[in-house]
Design a protein around this ligand. Structure first.
Ligand SMILES: [Fe+2]
Ligand SMILES: [Fe+2]
Length: 283
């Protein structure tokens, strides 16, 4: 099997759950990226066909750095010609992408068997493997750009908000989809165009282009969240909009901050009638 991919290194896990648990148990980002890309390709090529079952850890393994600190202690600097602000921005996005790799595999390992039992087809797993591979590529692009700027992932502190969202939705796939793709990744769609503009105004076209790739692909991640959330709701006889409001109210501690990027959210299949509900509550 490994002969067909020609890759060296440890044997390919036998099942998709084993692969997911192996990625989650890998601390070094470069190794996490490499195993993700190998496992996602093996699933797509039919070299791994079984879902299997595995127990994901409560927390994925991570490198010793970056230090995890409260969000207000994460450095933010003005985006300008001085690289410090751009490095801080790219570092923060890289940290999100590393979390996003683990979130995709955690979804597969934690919820895969129940999702299959609930009638989710192969395409459900195809989507989350593709998301994991995209996130790995996003992390790698940002890591390379940080290196161009004389920095590296781990140089600055980062916060743990994304994994906290994973832990508060560890018992319920619908809640996980409601919060991770449909609140947090959708929030990425709202804020990324502004980051791209700032990078361009600072003359950093290379960083802006990376964020454009990420932005386009994140629309497809939100779309996957929307599609499977709606499908699971319908199977349970629930109206997706009503269920989303209830689950976000229950599991998401933050606030949904307008302005929303209606165009990107619509492209991902999200309805302003649904997410606008929270704006109305907040106003
Ligand atoms: Fe990403
Ligand atoms: Fe994503």
């Amino acid at each position: 099997m490994s002969g067909s991919t020609g890759t060296a290194g440890p044997a390919l896990p036998k099942t998709l759950s084993d692969a997911a648990v192996a990625v989650l148990g890998t601390a070094q980002p470069a190794a996490k990226v490499a195993l993700t890309q190998r496992a996602a390709a093996a699933w797509a090529l039919g070299e791994i066909t079984e879902l299997g079952s595995g127990i994901p850890p409560d927390r994925p393994e991570r490198p010793a750095r970056p230090a995890l600190v409260p969000p207000r202690e994460v450095p933010r600097r003005r985006i300008g010609p001085d690289p410090a602000g751009r490095i801080a921005l790219l570092h923060a996005v890289a940290h999100i992408e590393l979390n996003a790799i683990d979130l995709a595999w955690d979804l597969i390992a934690r919820f895969g068997p129940a999702a299959r039992a609930a009638g989710m087809p192969r395409e459900f797993f195809d989507d989350w493997c593709r998301v994991a591979a995209d996130e790995a590529r996003h992390f790698a692009l940002l890591g390379a750009r940080l290196a161009d700027l004389g920095a590296a992932y781990g140089d600055l502190p980062a916060h743990d908000g994304l994994w906290e969202a994973a832990q508060t939705t560890a018992d319920d796939l619908l809640a996980r989809l409601a919060v991770v793709p449909l609140v947090l990744e959708a929030r990425g769609l709202d804020v990324t165009p502004g980051m791209i503009d700032k990078l361009r105004r600072a003359g950093d076209e290379a960083s802006a282009e990376i964020l454009e790739v990420i932005y386009r692909e994140e629309i497809t991640h939100v779309a996957a969240g929307e599609r499977w959330f709606a499908r699971l709701c319908r199977r349970q006889g629930r109206a997706p909009g009503v269920a989303w409001e209830a689950l976000v109210g229950q599991h998401f501690k933050g606030v949904l901050k307008p302005p929303f990027n209606d165009e990107a959210r619509r492209a991902a299949g999200m309805s302003p009638d649904v997410y606008g509900y929270f704006t109305d509550l907040g106003s």
